[in-house]
Design a protein around this ligand. Structure first.
Ligand SMILES: NC(=O)c1ccc[n+]([C@@H]2O[C@H](COP(=O)([O-])OP(=O)(O)OC[C@H]3O[C@@H](n4cnc5c(N)ncnc54)[C@H](O)[C@@H]3O)[C@@H](O)[C@H]2O)c1
Length: 331
């Protein structure tokens, strides 16, 4: 049996999926340039190859050494705001890395490919909860690069029979329940870790970008999906692809929480007052992004186990409390 290749497996979501893959008995090769990931996040039983997906020669060397039954492609630049300031950087890196790894998959006859896609494909959805048939109108250059990667996969399925699953994550959050790995982005742009940094005394307050949205308390609504539930979705998708059918899924818990809900839940869990600084709206922030998860639940029999914001944040708090400086310098 071949290995499962996990690009970006030293990053936040990839590292959690690697833990789950190894628990399930898969043999895993992580390929990561550590530009944003952490050596310490990689499961000790995974094979680690440090390398850059922008360099086809490094990818060729990887495929010369190992045989892969499937590929999970997480490696990417991930900041929505930065992609609007440096659009060419995002177009170049995210499209070229996706294209390079998909080309290698086709050249080497790998038949199963899972792509990390995003809810940022849906800028102003006609219907919320958002189903897979919602028109793709990316909310940023970052989202555009994911839409492009989905299109590359569509063509390579038609031409080479590469079976793929694009998983459009909503807001990935939480940490492995054992507290060994968690979220450590630099800079951190995600709400839950930022609020928890206030609870740890690392920030004075949390800035809320606008409270005049058409929601109950005026702050935007998001669907927070636990990273271990995402990990389960990847493994189910990988196994389902054996039926020879490519697919796309929107992956969330199907329930939304406002920014104020997140702050209030962190107050309850941590006992910290969490002062709020009110800011103005950020360009490109949608009022409400919630997944319609009917398709993945029906077709893959996937069930999120973390259905409550509180249980999601509790796992994140465990990680941040025990690792207040994340993985630490040089990891
Ligand atoms: N975090 C979220 O809420 C979220 C939501 C939707 C989609 N996604 C997608 O999920 C994936 C993982 O996100 P994350 O939060 O774990 O990000 P992350 O930054 O923690 O992980 C990305 C990893 O890819 C590696 N990498 C980047 N460029 C590379 C390159 N050229 N060659 C090799 N490795 C490279 C980084 O070192 C890092 O370890 C990304 O594709 C992201 O776009 C994330």
């Amino acid at each position: 049996m071949g290995h499962i290749l996990v690009t970006g497996g030293a990053g936040y979501i990839g590292s959690h999926v690697v833990y789950r893959l190894i628990e399930r008995g898969y043999s895993v090769v992580v390929f990561d340039n550590l530009s944003a990931g952490h050596r310490a996040a990689i499961h000790p039983n995974a094979i680690f190859v440090q390398g850059d997906l922008l360099d086809p020669a490094q990818i060729a060397a990887l495929f010369a050494q190992y045989t892969f039954d499937g590929i999970m492609h997480f490696a990417s630049r991930i900041q929505v705001g930065e992609s609007m300031e440096k659009p060419f950087l995002y177009l170049r890196d995210n499209i070229n890395t996706a294209q390079n790894i998909i080309e290698a998959a086709c050249q080497h006859g790998v038949k199963r490919f899972i792509l990390s896609s995003t809810a940022n494909l849906f800028d102003k959805p006609n219907e919320v909860p958002i189903a897979e048939n919602e028109p793709i109108i990316p909310g940023s250059v970052y989202g555009e690069t994911k839409a492009h990667a989905e299109r590359i996969l569509y063509w390579m399925d038609r031409i080479y029979g590469l079976k793929y699953c694009a998983l459009r994550y909503f807001n990935a959050s939480g940490a492995h329940p054992d507290g060994l790995i968690g979220e450590d982005h630099h800079p951190e742009t995600h709400l839950i870790p930022l609020v928890l940094q206030v609870a740890l005394g690392q920030r004075e307050s949390i800035t809320v970008f606008g409270d005049d949205y058409p929601t109950a308390d005026g702050t935007p609504i998001r669907d927070y999906i636990h990273v271990m539930d995402l990990a389960d979705a990847h493994i189910l998708a990988l196994e389902a692809l054996k039926d020879g059918q490519s697919r796309v899924y929107n992956v969330g818990i199907g329930r939304g929480y406002t920014v104020q809900d997140v702050i209030q839940t962190v107050r309850e869990i941590t006992g910290h007052a969490i002062p709020v600084t009110m800011g103005t709206r950020r360009a490109g922030d949608a009022a409400e992004l919630v997944a319609d998860n009917t398709r993945i639940m029906e077709e893959l029999n996937w069930q999120p186990h973390y259905n409550e914001l509180r249980s999601i944040i509790e796992t994140a708090w465990k990680w941040h409390q025990t690792h207040p400086n994340g993985y630490g310098e040089g990891s």
